[in-house]
Design a protein around this ligand. Structure first.
Ligand code: IMP
Ligand code: MG
Length: 189
């Protein structure tokens, strides 16, 4: 099984810059349903405020909230940590803050990928200072062995090898967010 041999490889228009399918569209859909069911159970008596970290988690957030059978509320934050490169700088900048007051709320941060963990670590401290009742994380992807900050992640979709990936919200220079599966990126950033 080499690159592009997977049956669900349908992104012909991006093929020249993509390697292996790391997580297929079907696998993502199934896992998102499971995560939604688990969150539905865990938060049954306290529907959470879902905080989507833009832009990478937008795709995941949309499908995850469909799978949660509770009256959740949603909000969005935008942070910038990478610039145009593919490795983190460790410097996090808040580009868009929350609209909602999170004091005494059960907050669930919805993230696309935890790589070094620096972005999430910063976000947790930033939001934690506003006195939420609980503050937890649902990350679609966790890169194995890359964390520079130990993270407690309540929900993780998939653990993946420490390679740069694109698709299902994840970008390289803002491209390939619209792929429905997650692929390794083989082009030049
Ligand atoms: P961290 O601070 O190193 O954990 O990086 C987290 C952020 O970097 C994520 O929210 C993504 O926006 C971005 N990122 C990390 N790894 C990847 C990747 O493989 N592809 C695309 N974006 C990534
Ligand atoms: Mg990004």
């Amino acid at each position: 099984m080499g690159p592009h041999s997977s049956q669900d490889f349908t992104a012909h228009w991006a093929k020249h810059e993509l390697g292996e399918v790391v997580v297929s569209a079907k696998e993502i859909q199934a896992r998102v349903k499971e995560l939604g069911a688990q969150i539905t159970k865990d938060y049954a008596s306290n529907p959470p405020l879902l905080v989507c970290v833009l832009k990478g988690a937008a795709n995941f957030m949309t499908e995850l909230m469909h799978a949660i059978e509770l009256p959740v509320t949603i909000d969005f934050m935008a942070v910038s940590s990478y610039g145009a490169a593919t490795k983190t700088s460790g410097v996090v900048r808040i580009v868009k803050d929350l609209d909602a007051d999170i004091a005494n709320r059960d907050v669930l941060i919805v993230e696309d990928v935890v790589d070094s963990g620096l972005t999430l670590n910063y976000l947790r401290q930033y939001l934690g200072s506003r006195n939420p009742r609980s503050l937890d994380v649902c990350a679609l992807l966790l890169k194995e062995g890359e964390q520079r900050v130990e993270q407690e992640l309540k929900y993780v979709g998939f653990s993946i090898p420490p390679e740069f990936v694109v698709g299902y919200g994840l970008d390289v220079n803002e491209r390939y967010r619209n792929l429905d599966a997650i692929y390794t990126f083989t082009g030049t950033p």
